[in-house]
Design a protein around this ligand. Structure first.
Ligand SMILES: [Zn+2]
Length: 288
């Protein structure tokens, strides 16, 4: 199946109180792990890259691998750019076949942020690509950006509505108590805030920083309106653990062995997250 629009997946999920899992990938093996896991459970899936991943792997390679993967499996796959601060990078993503993008203007004051997001929305919508925006600051480490706890701020519901109206974005990432990376203590999500934002804003909501959040909290957030769940750190940890295990053997020098083990480990997490998002078998809805 050719790559599909993220928004089409997210809207349908939102209607059914499900969420589309969005996995951050880094290379061939992590992309394979995501599509194999999704195909096995017949789930739609969003594959996403950060600017750091594009710097590491190259946008053409990432886009080409994902396009080949989508040809191979009969499930809907979207290709999304995550946390991109640059208009120009978004243009190259779109040229390379990305079907949605997140423009991250968190470094700017409100007016400048809105101007940047609006310009991306105008350009992306002209070619049928959807745009995710973010209001409020999600703490933690994302690529080479770091937002400490004191600077992280929860999304204010009225500001969320204004931001959506001012920019014309298609989906909105909100800060409701999650953080990028892993947590030291148990994160507490502000469910009341989700309810309030959801009642004011008419675009689907996106949850970032879900790694380490208890499953029950994620499920509740999905029921309350989170229609896309980003998963990044929770794939990295089992990947590196699997590699460490294989290279314990000092004779081991075959990348196919340690990268293969990494792929197997990532695939298992992918399947668990798909179950958590309640999208097992949901791909069938998009083949009608
Ligand atoms: Zn994020």
């Amino acid at each position: 199946m050719p790559l599909v629009s993220s928004l089409e997946l997210i809207r349908k999920a939102s209607q059914e109180k499900k969420a589309i899992p969005a996995f951050n990938i880094h290379n061939l093996e992590t992309i394979q792990a995501v599509v194999e896991g999704a195909a096995e459970l017949d789930s739609p899936v969003i594959i996403q890259s950060t600017p750091g991943t594009l710097k590491h792997a190259g946008i053409e390679y990432i886009a080409a691998i994902v396009k080949e993967a989508s040809k191979k499996y009969n499930i809907p796959i979207a290709l999304h750019m995550d946390h991109c601060p640059s208009f120009d990078t978004i243009v190259s993503c779109i040229k390379n076949g990305y079907t949605s993008v997140m423009i991250d203007g968190a470094q700017y004051e409100y007016d400048e942020n809105v101007a940047l997001v609006k310009s991306v929305v105008k350009m992306a919508h002209a070619v049928g690509v959807q745009v995710e925006g973010e209001i409020g600051k999600i703490g933690g480490v994302e690529d080479d950006m770091f937002i400490n706890e004191a600077d992280a701020s929860f999304t204010v519901p009225d500001e969320a509505k204004k931001f959506v109206d001012d920019t014309g974005i298609d989906t909105l990432a909100v800060a409701i108590g999650t953080a990028h990376g892993m947590y030291k203590g148990e994160p507490k999500l502000d469910f009341e805030r989700i309810i309030e934002i959801e009642s004011l804003v008419d675009v689907p909501l996106v949850l970032h920083g879900a790694s380490g959040v208890p499953d029950e909290s994620v499920k509740k957030a999905i029921k309350l309106g989170m229609a896309k769940i980003n998963i990044a750190t929770e794939l990295k940890n089992p990947m590196v653990a699997a590699i460490r295990e294989v290279i314990k053997n000092p004779e081991e020098n075959d990348p196919r062995n340690y990268m293969g083990a990494a792929r197997d480990a990532v695939r298992e997490v992918v399947k668990n997250k798909i179950r958590l998002c309640n999208t097992v078998g949901f791909a069938a809805e998009f083949r009608k």
